[in-house]
Design a protein around this ligand. Structure first.
Ligand code: BGC
Length: 395
């Protein structure tokens, strides 16, 4: 018998899971990522191809999410499909994404829509991507084009992990397990802030929308005596982006791992540490740390956990990780931090920017038939969601 009192979450707390278009839809042929996957001499291990074919199977994916007990689905609109050529807005694609919103509602699932999740239309990349002086305006025009299908949507994320976009210069797939994250391009960082502000401004014409962006929280830990180095390393890679969220309707925290910073920058993960399929240290406490930091640096902006999860082939370990991450989240909420929901990454096994090998999904699918198989972790998280009480099946 555990002496710990049950960890209850508020009845209004949103429980759900997240995905992103390029990682599950398949055949995102108009995007810069697809172009990179198939370029001669590409550095990408494996192309996204059909991915999970969720472009056609989203109805089943949303129905399964609802059946599991989860009540929110975070998914992204694909800019490269909606505006495949500069200035041409595809009505058919707008109707497609509107159908996803309607399907969520039919199943009693609240949609959270991400407008930009790492990929761009090829024409935007050819202009220089976020380095183009036109980038914030072009992004704003795309956002204006999707306003009609967002008319009754509340939760909108403008840009996913702007800090990763600035570090990878739009080339996600940069090995995040490598000890050192690239130096962010400050011009891109500024353009993303501007794009975010312009998007929020456009979205404010819809009275019900609550908009924000989502930031990768990396739990930088100083080695003894390296506090200053850690601050200098972490500020442009994380804190800057959290600070920019002050005054937004909400801020998304996405936490997976921690990184130790020494005199010469990041220190590789210790040999003896347990590692996940992405090569990251198994470190569920990252979530509580990320939430506390986001709350402080954003000047107490309401938070959402918009991503948290683990790439593993051991689903019991996924439950352990998620349970322990939720303990840290609950502690932060008990200390007065306003967190509105928890969205697990990911609902489905996803294309992990170069490979399908790191499996993050609560749901697996067959590479030949696309048949979905929810894992026990999906039922477990769904039951936590239904009861509003954190439990662990084996503890
Ligand atoms: C991204 C996802 C990615 C996940 C796991 C986040 O950085 O938003 O696209 O799959 O982490 O690496």
């Amino acid at each position: 018998m555990s002496a710990v009192p049950p960890r209850r979450f508020p009845a209004s707390f949103w429980w759900g899971a997240a995905t992103a278009a390029h990682q599950i839809e398949g055949n995102n042929v108009g995007s810069d990522w697809w172009a990179r996957e198939f370029a001669a001499g590409t550095d990408v291990k494996e192309p996204s191809g059909d991915a999970a074919d969720s472009y056609h199977r989203f109805g089943e994916d949303i129905a399964l999410l609802a059946q599991s007990g989860l009540r929110m689905y975070r998914f992204s609109f694909e800019w490269a499909r909606i505006e495949p050529e500069r200035g041409f807005i595809s009505r058919a694609q707008l109707l497609h994404y509107r159908a996803m919103i309607d399907t969520c509602r039919e199943h009693g699932v609240e949609p959270m829509v991400t407008l930009h999740h790492f990929t761009h239309p090829r024409w935007f990349a050819r202009l220089g991507g976020w380095r183009s002086p036109l980038a914030p305006e072009l992004f704003q025009r795309y956002v204006e084009a999707v306003l009609p299908i967002l008319r009754d949507v509340t939760w909108v994320c403008t840009i996913n992990e702007p800090n990763m976009v600035a570090m990878t210069r739009g080339e996600e797939g940069t090995d995040m397990a490598a000890a050192s994250l690239p130096e962010p391009d400050l011009q891109i960082s500024q353009a993303l802030v501007l794009g975010h502000r312009r998007a929020r401004e456009a979205l404010s014409s819809l009275p019900d929308v609550k908009s924000g962006w989502t930031v990768a929280a990396q739990a930088f830990h100083a080695m003894p005596g390296c506090e200053e180095e850690t601050r200098a390393y972490g500020y442009p890679r994380e804190d800057f982006f959290l600070e920019q969220a002050a005054g937004d309707d909400w801020l998304g925290v996405q936490a997976y791992l921690r990184t130790f910073i020494g005199k010469d920058g990041p220190v590789p993960v210790a040999e003896a540490a347990e590692k996940t399929l992405t090569g990251w240290e198994y470190f569920p406490a990252a979530l509580g740390i990320g939430v506390r930091r986001a709350w402080e640096l954003s000047g107490h902006t309401p938070l959402f956990v918009t991503e948290n999860g683990i790439a593993t082939d051991d689903d019991a370990r996924r439950i352990d990780y998620t349970h322990d991450a939720l303990v840290g989240l609950h502690d932060a909420m008990a200390d007065g931090i306003d967190v509105r929901g928890y969205l697990h990454w990911s609902w489905l096994d996803n294309y992990e920017w170069g490979s399908f090998a790191p499996t993050f999904g609560l749901v697996a699918w067959d590479r030949e038939t696309f048949a979905r198989t929810p894992r026990p972790s999906a039922a477990w998280l769904g039951s936590v969601a239904r009861d509003g009480i954190l439990t662990h099946p084996a503890r």
